[in-house]
Design a protein around this ligand. Structure first.
Ligand code: FPP
Length: 239
């Protein structure tokens, strides 16, 4: 039997996803927006498992942006509840699943309970290889400001000189320190915006925009995104 395109070609090492369309999915069904996020959390579980099966090494998801605080208190609390529930389960099943967790974003604005779950998930999974990065209270601009402040403070402390700054050193101040840049960024729900996601890291990423709402995203959609990625001719500014 002929191998499919994805069986012949290795998947990208790092896939990042903007989990968009939960609200519209709920609206289409006459459900509250939080029901859309609950279905989105299920889609995340499904796709994270499938990425592991495919051998994807890093999966980064945009779970809550610096702008998402503008939503109603009910919706914000609903998303936070889903995250707490997921991390509780992840901590319980840590040895079985062997997934490494990292969190990109300014976690200080999250509840102490959620901050503790994030810290525990990160420290207890340090030795595992397959990695999930949750972007939480994350913004690409905020990440760059945070990095610039940290570098400036190291310059003031005499650890670096301003002229030492290179792209590599800059990258080491980002939340994504030590994580390779994503080769593929998927945005479901048809929107054509970066929405402040991984501004530095996406310099050479291939964007695949798909007309499916995130709660409906299936392994077949991921196969399709990977197939589109392989059809692109990545030149990194060369010819
Ligand atoms: C964007 O869709 C989605 C979010 C702002 C929240 C994403 C959060 C989750 C999927 C749940 C997190 C929990 C886990 C365990 C991953 P939108 O609400 O902007 O959709 P819309 O554009 O259709 O309104």
């Amino acid at each position: 039997m002929a191998l499919s395109e994805n069986e012949q070609l290795a998947p990208p090492r790092h896939i990042a996803i903007i989990m968009d369309g939960n609200g519209r999915w709920a609206k289409q069904r006459g459900l509250p927006r939080t029901a859309g996020h609950a279905a989105g959390a299920e889609a995340f579980r499904r796709i994270a498992n499938y990425c592991r099966t495919l051998g994807v090494e890093y999966l980064t998801v945009y779970a809550f942006s610096t702008e998402n605080w503008k939503r109603s208190q009910e919706e914000v609390e609903g998303i936070m509840r889903l995250l707490r529930r997921y991390l509780d389960e992840a901590l319980r099943d840590m040895e079985k699943n062997r997934v490494r967790f990292r969190f990109f974003g300014d976690l200080s604005r999250l509840s102490p309970q959620l901050q503790k779950l994030c810290a525990d998930a990160e420290s207890r999974s340090e030795e595992y290889d397959v990695q999930v990065n949750f972007c939480l209270n994350y913004g690409g601009r905020d990440e760059l400001v945070h990095a610039a402040k940290a570098f400036a403070s190291d310059v003031a402390a005499g650890i670096h000189k301003a002229e030492d700054l290179t792209e590599e050193l800059m990258a080491s101040y980002l939340y994504s320190k030590d994580v390779p840049d994503p080769e593929l960024i998927i945005r479901p729900s048809g929107e054509m915006r970066t929405s402040n996601f991984l501004l530095w890291q996406s310099a050479y990423s291939e964007y695949v925009i798909m007309n499916v709402l995130w709660p409906d995203f299936s392994p077949e959609h991921l196969d399709e995104a990977i197939a589109q990625f392989h059809r692109r001719n990545r030149r990194f500014g060369g010819v």
